[in-house]
Design a protein around this ligand. Sequence first.
Ligand SMILES: Cc1ncc(COP(=O)(O)O)c(C=O)c1O
Length: 393
Amino acid sequence: MRHGSDQDLFSQTAHSPSFFDLSRKLGDGARDLVDFCIPCNPYFPTPDMFAELAQNLEGVLKFYPSANETIANRLAKVLQLNPSTIAMSNGSTELITWMDHLWTTSSIAVPIPTFGRWTDQPMETGKRVDMFLLQESEGFALDVDEYIRFIRARGSRVAVLCNPNNPDGGYVPRREVLRFMDELSDLDLVVVDESFVDFVEIEPGASVAREATIRPNVVVLKSLGKNFGLHGIRFGYLVANPALARKMAQTLPNWNLNSLAEAVVFMLADHVQAYEDSLSRLAMDRYRMTMELSRLPELHVFPSQANFLLVKLENGANGTDLRDHLLSEHQVFVRECGNKLGMTSQFLRLVVRPEQDVQRLVAGIRHFSHGRWADQREQRLVSVPTLLARNVS
Ligand SMILES: Cc1ncc(COP(=O)(O)O)c(C=O)c1O
């Protein structure tokens, strides 16, 4: 069934339209929508966990959540971190906002492309944003030494490193991140955004959160929406030395966490194995999906350690056309990256999803290419008589 897409939906913000906006627009068609846009763990929480949450929903929604320290203490226990080294927030975007207000006084270095708030937030508050362009020819890999040289040359006072990076999924090995932190110990702040680090498979224990707690100027940022598959309840946290973590915790508003977030945090300890299993399944899906998409001659797939894959459309095909085709003809929702700094409309970010969903995506891409190919062929056929007519006259 064909459903129209609304261009306005895609031009309202630098981010994707929400699933809710899209669902309202599509009406009945939303029932079949497959979301390759928002990078979310499809295997966690498990159906049993959702059932447990649903059973307790009335109580959860009727009452105030506990104080932030109570929730943070519980999370710290699950993560085996010292509670004095964490500050919890209503989504990690809240922390990006407050880090800018508290600790970015003049300038910030950010590799691009990356998550838009890292450049938009400081620009909105009048800071200088030193953008370090990751090169497509290098597969968007971050060369730590070159980035450090760039930071020194610009005199940036704060530096961000997103690992793995969004939208390409590129991963910087742990020892390189540690070196980056150590070389920049004189900056006002070094932020390592580890929103997607739990999806890393290439090396065990990829996070540098523990190391951040014993450094003077390092903050590690986590967004729990992605790995715990719960964007809607909005939770994230930072890990840093106790002075930095306390400063942030004291700055954040009281009751910035909601009761659903609290309920989930208190469930986690009983579901550690299910969480680990979800990550293994996702890594398997990522491998399969990479293979599957790499077979399509119209795509170039970049290697990723996150729960999404960046692809480039070959032969100048336009990602906006493909996005609209997939949505209207196949009810497949993808992220076209034309509005990301350092990207063009030829790039799409595709969330890692189970095999049957990938089959639908692949069929949609094939259908789109076939249509394009047929259009081009038709144009060629039309242009032959036109040419002949021109030659005759
Ligand atoms: C790298 C990165 N950091 C932080 C965020 C913000 O996440 P949230 O505010 O949903 O926790 C995102 C969202 O996509 C992201 O990609």
